[in-house]
Design a protein around this ligand. Structure first.
Ligand code: ZN
Length: 324
């Protein structure tokens, strides 16, 4: 009787261990979620960039004025409307007289039918992480006082840059991470490989549709997307939804830009899990890399001081233009 009970006990233990195996996996998942919650809580308290936000209307007016002054190569475009009705705006910089077969003065050639390289530079998807970089970069590049050869060369080869100074204007105006519906927009992008359905928010839906229609309409290849955040001090690249590392040429393309950032800013680069030790589904970097297959980053500035590094950001972009 006692012997039978022991056998029954062993069988029970066997099944318990099988069940525990599954539970251990769930426990790992739970630990991930806990870590993510901790980081989110940290960011909620400390995410404020410490850089004074300028009124949205001021930024929009400066961009509109720039587009008027640079009408040969800039358009100020409304691509959508925020949850509370504010315009979602992008500055599109490109040579408007560019034709698909062209040799410019510096000698760059663009063959007929070849896709055109595009860059998306944006800031403020988290409304309280203003760095005061994206709203100054186009003014730097288009300044008549100093030559920006790399920028000119990029435009000369048919390149297009989209600047979105404030991706989440409702959050920005309220000094809050989320949009007016309380959603974290950087968790609202569809990542097919992760099986999640995003684009529930008007801001993410609008930017992804805008870029997709531009890509289709003008035969673009999105070479780089860069979203400015605060305040880790680093460059984050995909994947965020999985711990699987990038491989091959895709990894090399990201490491190349990571090395530029390391050189110029002395910041770390890597995945969100390398740098912060957590994973997150629905981020814009994962979306842009999964969709366009080239390079996607979140630049995490330093609290309170990143705005003093505009020159360094210009150098970073010059180095990026050079490898496209
Ligand atoms: Zn952020």
């Amino acid at each position: 009787m006692k012997f039978k009970a022991t056998i029954a006990g062993s069988i029970l233990i066997f099944w318990l261990m099988l069940a525990l195996g599954g539970a251990a996996q769930s426990a790992g998942l739970f630990a991930d979620q806990l870590a993510e919650k901790k980081v989110e809580a940290y960011e909620r308290i400390h995410g404020e960039s410490g850089i004074k936000r300028r009124p949205l209307a001021t930024i929009y007016k400066e961009f509109a004025d720039l587009a008027r002054a640079e009408s040969q190569r800039a358009d100020w475009i409304q691509y959508g409307t925020s949850g509370s009705g504010k315009p979602l705006m992008a500055l599109k910089v490109h040579k408007k007289n560019f034709t698909s077969v062209q040799v410019d003065l510096i000698g760059n050639q663009q063959a007929k039918g070849e896709s055109r390289p595009a860059i998306l530079i944006s800031e403020g998807i988290h409304g309280n992480e203003y760095l005061h970089i994206t709203d100054r970069l186009p003014f730097e590049f288009m300044s008549v006082n100093q030559p920006h050869t790399e920028f000119e060369r990029f435009l000369g080869m048919g390149g297009i840059i989209y600047f979105v100074p404030v991706m989440n204007p409702d959050g920005y105006s309220a000094g809050r991470r989320e949009n007016s519906a309380g959603a974290d927009l950087n968790r609202d992008f569809t990542i097919q490989a992760a099986g999640n359905t995003g684009f529930r928010q008007t801001e993410t839906k609008a930017i992804s549709q805008f870029i997709a229609s531009e890509v289709k309409g003008q035969n673009l290849r999105v070479e780089v997307s860069m979203e400015y955040h605060c305040c880790i001090g680093g460059l984050i690249h995909p994947w965020a939804w999985t711990s699987e590392p990038l491989t091959g040429e895709t990894l090399e393309r990201h490491r190349e830009v990571g090395e530029f950032v390391s050189d110029i800013f002395n910041y770390r680069y890597g995945t969100v899990s390398d740098i912060l030790g957590y994973s997150a589904v629905g981020g814009s970097d994962d979306y842009y890399l999964e969709t366009y297959g080239r390079r996607a980053f979140s630049f995490e500035g330093s609290r309170g001081i990143e705005e003093q590094r505009l020159k360094e950001h210009v150098s970073l972009w010059n180095r990026i233009f050079n490898v496209l």
